[in-house]
Design a protein. Sequence first.
Length: 275
Amino acid sequence: MTRPALPDWRTTLPWPAVDVHKHARGRLGVVSGKATQTGAARLAARAGLRIGAGVVRILCPPDATAVIAPAIEAIMLTPFGSDEALAEAAANLDAVVIGPAAGINDATQANVRALAGTGAALVVDADGLTVFEGWPEDLFEVLDRDDVLTPHEGEFRRLFPVLLEQGREAAAAEAAKRAGAVVVLKGVATVIAAPDGRLSVNDNGTPWLATAGSGDVLAGMIAGLMAQRMDSFDAARAAVWMHAEAARGFGPGLIAEDLPERIPAVLAALYSQAV
C-alpha cells in the first residue's frame, strides 16, 4: 500500500526573523539524572541549543548541581527536589525532554506526570519510557498529541509488547494511536508516526549513529524544534533527518559529543536552500 505524500518539513523549519529575541525562539528544558548520570541531559540540552532553541535550561536533582554547573556555559541550571518543584521550574517552558539517564524509579514516573500538567510539549525518551513497562496506560493517559515518544525497539517492546510482529511501520502507526502522541521508532530506517495517521520513514540512516548518547542528542534536537513551535510530527521528521546528516558528515570515529557540533553545518545547508 502506497502512503500518501506528506508536505516537506523543510518548508516549516522555524528560521528566526530579523527582529527575533531569545525567548521568542523557544524555551527548552531537559531533566537530568542524579550526579553520576548527568551526561545524557547535557548532550540533549546542547543539541537543543544548537538546533535553535533560544533559552535552554537543565533541571536537575540538587546533588547534580555541582557536577553540571562547571560543564555548561550558555545553558542555564535549576535544581529541583520534588515533582512539584519540577513542575514549578518548568511552568514557563515550551518543551521538555525527560528520560535520558533519569533513573528507572518512582520519582521518574512522578516527574513525567508532573511535567505533563505544565502545558509544555514533552519528549519522553529512555528511562522515561522504560519506567512505565507493565503500566503503559499510566503514561498514555497523561500525554497529548503534541508529545513525542522516542523508543528504540527494546523500549518499544516494553510499552507495546507484541506490536512489532506487525512490522515496524504498522507497529509505529498503531502505537501512536494507542499513546495519543507522536512515536519515533528508532533504527536504521526510523519510523515516525502521528496519532492522526501521518507516517514517515526516514531514508538517510547511517551506522555511525550506533554509539552511546546519540539518542539523547536526537531527543534534544526534536524538543529544540518543538520549543520553536514546530509541529511535533514535523519536528521529529526534521530532527531524525538532520541527526543522520550530522553523523554522515562526520563519518567513522563519531561519538555523541560530536553530533551537536555538526548541527550548524546541516542547518546552514538547509538555510541556503530556503532563502
